[in-house]
Ligand binder design. Structure first.
Ligand code: IMP
Ligand code: MG
Length: 180
């Protein structure tokens, strides 16, 4: 049972659903009359992306990219590499990057810089979770679901060692699971 590895539920399915709807309303207001392009950073944001895009009532295209930030266990490093690039051209598009969690900021500061060089009409970041205490690189956030304390969380797309992504809620893993 997956639940045995969870110490505490931070956000229930219902809370996540309600917050996703609120973010969608914000985005609709900000981009009314425009077409947007949502870019999901795989794999952590796939569930958030799926729920968010269905809650947004605007013309919208979707694309996906994958990055690896070399780091072991529960921390990322400054070295980021694109392992799967976008399929679409973002030039002149209104891009919203959809992320699961903003932690050190290493991954996103790099990614946003690369995407900016491709000349989108605009680019904003939408992250479900933000752990500001751990920020190393500054990153501008336009849409943020929840601010969380410095704890390792899983579920709703987020993993530890590729597991727990399928939990429908977000929870804190017991430290003994990762030997912390
Ligand atoms: P950053 O580069 O340190 O900001 O880390 C970004 C990536 O690290 C996220 O997109 C996640 O994939 C992963 N990450 C950071 N914190 C957590 C966490 O608490 N649980 C699961 N993954 C995390
Ligand atoms: Mg991620």
């Amino acid at each position: 049972m997956l639940e045995q590895d969870i110490q505490e539920v931070l956000f229930t399915e219902e809370q996540l659903k309600a917050r996703v709807k609120e973010i969608a309303r914000e985005i609709e207001q900000d981009y009314r009359g425009k077409e947007i392009m949502l870019i999901s950073v795989l794999r952590g944001s796939f569930i958030f992306m799926a729920d968010l895009c269905r809650a947004i009532d605007l013309p919208c295209t979707l694309d996906f990219m994958s990055v690896s930030s070399y780091g072991k266990g529960t921390t990322s490093s400054g070295q980021v590499q694109i392992t799967k690039d976008l399929s679409e051209d973002i030039t002149g598009r209104h891009v919203i990057v959809v992320e699961d969690i903003l932690d050190s900021g290493n991954t996103l500061s790099y990614l946003l810089k690369i995407l900016q060089h491709r000349h989108p009409a605009s680019i904003r970041l939408c992250t479900l979770l933000d752990k500001p205490d751990r920020r190393v690189k500054p990153v501008e956030v336009h849409y943020s679901g929840f601010t969380i304390p410095d704890a390792f969380v899983v579920g709703y797309g987020l993993d530890y060692a590729e597991k727990y992504r399928n939990l429908p809620y977000i929870g804190i893993v017991k430290p003994e699971v990762y030997g912390g």
